[in-house]
Design a protein around this ligand. Sequence first.
Ligand SMILES: C[S@@+](CC[C@H](N)C(=O)[O-])C[C@H]1O[C@@H](n2cnc3c(N)ncnc32)[C@H](O)[C@@H]1O
Length: 238
Amino acid sequence: MPIEVPAPDAALIAEQVAYYRARAGEYDEWWFRAGRYDRGPSLNAAWFADVEIVETALFAFLDAVRPQRVLELACGTGLFTRHLAPRVPQVTAIDASPEVIACNRARVNCQNVDYVIADLFEWKPPARFDLVFMSFWLSHVPLARFESFWSVVRQALAPGGHAYVIDSALDPTSTARDHPTPEADSGIVTRKLNDGRQFRVVKLFHEPGTLNRRLAAIGFDSAIERTPRYFIHGKVSQ
Ligand SMILES: C[S@@+](CC[C@H](N)C(=O)[O-])C[C@H]1O[C@@H](n2cnc3c(N)ncnc32)[C@H](O)[C@@H]1O
């Protein structure tokens, strides 16, 4: 009988899941710049201006492409599920954390969302989708798993379907005030909860040019760009 050898980053992936499970109730503070994420009026205004850019671009993309079946990877507490669900006929929203899924259900409260609790590094797409959407997920995929992750995205896409990526650009003020300043290339960061507990998570700050080239090398045609300060976003086509 073959012996199963755990992947070298298995412990890190498990710690990342544990972090988001424990963080579920305080997760949204990051997006709404509350508590430890409040950076003062001027930086908060820059953040919300960038939020408006990514949301407006996503809505324009949805209006233009009109996807019927949408797969949302690592849906979290529903900060984007709440935008997708009213605009498309069907959403399948996946996350490893039952705690964030519970927040998502309560926030979105739409009949057209099917929730799946699964580890995305183990999960196989059971169907094809017109859109595979991921916000603030790609940065948590270790570089060693980049290609295998995108082959799962490819398997999940219907002919002519698109993926859409929103994620973090490298900016020292994007994270909590008491988190260490992120570095471009470390790949692993330490994150704290409000109660002081600490976890290691994967965090890669993809720069648009490099990401577009990396995707082109595995056969995708992407148009990822950066907002003035905080985010990267854009469409990825087959
Ligand atoms: C930064 S949050 C992004 C959530 C949401 N997409 C958003 O934009 O707010 C990352 C999410 O990835 C989920 N996650 C972490 N590791 C995972 C894994 N191995 N499989 C599935 N989901 C995972 C976490 O539970 C968390 O909800």
